[in-house]
Design a protein around this ligand. Structure first.
Ligand code: PLP
Length: 423
């Protein structure tokens, strides 16, 4: 590492999710077929109306306001009012080039500590490290379906009562697909209100809760919760780079500071994308699209998790998103005999022996010595799967067999993992 870099950047590597994608591309170029469970990208096509809207608006070339296109801000606010039951007005919405950038910006402007329940999404902690922020990690448990419990939060912050704190909650969760029970959200809201903790509620997977039953903690702690979401997951448009934050009026000072930073850095989000995003939020036919995406993800997620459970691997059935977080600890002895004692070696050896790509638990702030990994069940043809689901009546139960070849990569990949662990 160069002496010309800031010391906090010395250990910083390329984000592991992007790295696994690039490595899988590299292997495929060498002629090695990879079962790509590594990168968490939606397999579905962007809804046609949204793509058409992007085409129609592609000649728009002027900068937009740094806050975002007014119609889009209104559409996002209406969405929060209608679906989340939270009173957000358009002037409380900030549009950004992906929610990731907004999260970085928030951690940049706000003083104090970042509280991260782990396992957590790969980028929160590296962002905090880039900014020299102190992090309080709180380990959640498989037994609690990876929920942060209110008593854990109380206990973890007791020595930091004088510090301003930002708690980041992600639900449905990456890397495990679990989500919060409403009662737990209510209790967490109480602890945060009492301790003046600001919540960044990362709800990027909220619209792909498999049962369509996502509940935002902002309902129980509206004055202290910033809701984060965007087009990347539910609208399958990660590469379009559009995210948004919705701030309570009480945190206007934060919104203003972030907007100032935005005005001096990215200036505004790509203009045609903002028009297309407005269509995405205003279009009622999206509900139909989401119904099918959810039903497909639920079927495939349950298949993956229950196949691994039947084989003796420890994993929770996902409630949303497109991830599961298998723990291979029940096979510790077998793995140790293969020379595997940590999640990184586990994933490397699995990739080498079977061409199955997973992301090690260590990338999600888990102890590197654990034998867990994230599996993203997105390696199927989303367009084909959608067609098949649309052809099946909404009241019928979708089964894996119904997809045929469309999901063969998922099925073979899961079999490869099971055969490898039992070999
Ligand atoms: C939990 C979580 N939050 C945020 C993001 C970033 O999303 P965006 O594309 O809006 O930057 C991701 C992307 O993978 C994610 O998984």
């Amino acid at each position: 590492m160069s002496k010309y870099l800031h010391s906090n950047l010395n250990a910083l590597a390329r984000s592991s999710t992007l790295a696994i994608n690039e490595h899988s591309d590299y292997l495929e170029k060498q002629g090695i077929h990879v079962y790509r469970f590594g990168f968490g990208q939606s397999p579905f096509p962007v809804p046609k109306k949204v793509v058409d809207s992007l085409k129609e608006n592609s000649s728009r070339k002027n900068y937009l306001s740094v806050d975002g296109l007014p119609d889009l801000r209104t559409a996002v606010a209406n969405y929060h009012q209608k679906i989340d039951n939270v009173n957000i007005q358009s002037d409380q919405v900030l549009i950004g080039p992906g929610s990731k950038e907004l999260m970085f910006c928030l951690q940049l402007v706000l003083k104090g500590y970042t509280i991260l329940p782990t396992p957590c999404w790969v980028s929160y902690a590296p962002q905090a490290k880039i900014l020299n922020r102190k992090i309080i990690f709180i380990q959640t448990k498989y037994e609690d379906s990876w929920q942060l419990l209110p008593e854990q939060l109380t206990e973890s912050i007791k020595n930091f009562s004088d510090k301003l704190k930002l708690l980041i909650l992600t639900y449905p969760g990456n890397p495990h697909g679990c989500t919060y029970e409403v009662e737990v959200l209510k209790q967490l809201a109480k602890v945060c209100r009492k301790n003046k903790i600001i919540i960044l509620s990362d709800e990027i997977y909220g619209r792909i809760h498999h049962q369509g039953k996502h509940t935002s903690i902002a309902r129980y702690y509206p004055e202290g919760t910033i809701i984060s979401s965007g087009l990347s997951k539910w609208c399958a448009a990660g590469g379009w780079r559009l995210g948004h934050f919705s701030f309570p009026k009480e945190l206007k000072y934060l919104q203003d500071a972030m907007t100032s930073v935005a005005s001096e850095t990215y200036a505004c989000v790509t203009t045609p994308i903002q028009y297309a995003a407005t269509t995405a939020y205003e279009d009622d036919t999206i509900d139909d699209y989401l119904f099918h995406c959810r039903r497909i993800l639920e079927t495939i997620g349950q298949y993956c998790a229950s196949s691994l459970i039947d084989a003796g691997i420890k994993v929770r059935i996902p409630k949303g998103a497109f991830y599961i977080f298998p723990d291979f600890k029940p096979f510790e002895n077998v793995l140790n005999k293969k020379g595997i004692h940590d999640s990184n070696t586990l994933c490397k050896q699995l990739l080498q022996d079977t061409s199955v790509a997973l992301l090690p638990g260590s990338a999600f702030a888990q102890n590197a010595k654990e034998l867990n990994a994230r599996l993203a069940y997105v390696n199927f043809d989303g367009a084909e799967a959608l067609k098949k689901s649309i052809d099946l009546s909404k009241t019928s139960t979708l089964k894996m067999e119904y997809f045929g070849e469309t999901v063969s990569e998922v099925i073979i990949g899961i079999e490869e993992i099971i055969n490898w662990i039992k070999r």
